[in-house]
Design a protein around this ligand. Structure first.
Ligand code: F6R
Length: 262
């Protein structure tokens, strides 16, 4: 089972992620970071950028792979995940843009883009730390309920709920949200050496409960994390509100040996 950490808020969660990744970069300057878009990782990226500055870390060799991209959306569109990763990660951290990869959502080449992306991750030696958000329906990446738990990177149809949830990034207009995407598969995500899933707010409480305390099922794709040897789930009180074993998670975290990282 994953380690579950209940924090005060997104900032506290972001600090935990940032320390973990800053330590990694210090020890492995060409670390491979798995990157997510959406709201959940924003505080974590802000805190990581601050750590990079304060600790004067050399990030020139750091590599990155984003989880997903909309299909058929111009990469120059402000809401493309290429633009989002540039804005929220590459620029604030000062990464080399040539070392940060985003799946190619071009419809003409998308058929082969998934295999190529998985091969590129493998050629880089695999992802060291993969940050994840979770959809209200339990998706990770854009692996909607029903996705194979062994899947590789490929084109997927976005669930209607996901398009509704993401309409806020497209002037509130669901019709502007693409219907398809290219996403790392659950099998791809599971190959990362460490997974850090962040979830905040009441709206995520049911998905978090199913992920942590439900059965492993393709109908809650994030539940695959129960099979990962090193997964950390960091949530705020609202997202933790439906967990039956909250007290145990708090107790275990409070008694974690000081030398042990997340
Ligand atoms: C984004 C991604 C998605 C989001 C999820 C949660 O790259 O892969 O799985 O992490 O939809 O989105 P937020 O964080 O905006 O609630």
């Amino acid at each position: 089972m994953a380690e579950i950490i209940i924090t005060k808020d997104e900032d506290a969660a972001g600090e935990i992620y940032a320390k973990c990744v800053a330590d990694l970069i210090e020890n492995k300057p060409d670390a491979v970071l798995g990157l997510a878009t959406g709201s959940s990782p924003l505080a974590a990226y802000r805190h990581l950028a601050a750590q990079v500055k304060v600790r004067k870390l050399d990030v020139s060799q750091v590599r990155g792979f984003a989880l997903d991209e909309y299909a058929g959306l111009d990469p120059a569109h402000p809401q493309s995940y290429r633009s989002t990763i540039t804005r929220t990660v590459v620029e604030p951290l000062g990464l080399d843009p040539a070392k940060v990869h985003v799946p190619n959502g071009n419809l003409e080449t998308i058929k082969d883009a998934g295999h190529e992306y998985d091969a590129a991750i493998e050629a880089a030696g695999g992802v060291d730390v993969q940050i994840l958000g979770i959809g209200t329906d339990g998706h990770i990446g854009f692996n909607e309920p029903g996705s194979s738990l062994a899947s590789g990177t490929r084109i997927k149809t976005l669930a209607e709920q996901t398009r509704i949830d993401n309409a806020r990034f497209f002037d509130g207009d669901v019709n502007q949200v693409p219907t398809h995407c290219i996403t790392q598969g659950i099998g791809t995500i599971m190959k990362a050496r460490h997974l850090v899933l962040l979830a905040f707010g009441e709206g995520k409480a049911e998905a978090v409960r199913e992920t942590c305390e439900g059965g492993i099922s393709a109908f809650c794709p994030a539940s695959a994390l129960q099979l990962h040897p090193h997964a950390t789930i960091i949530v705020d009180e609202a997202a933790a509100s439906k967990l039956a074993h909250k007290d145990y998670y708090r107790y275990a975290y409070a008694h974690k040996p000081a030398w042990q990282q997340i």
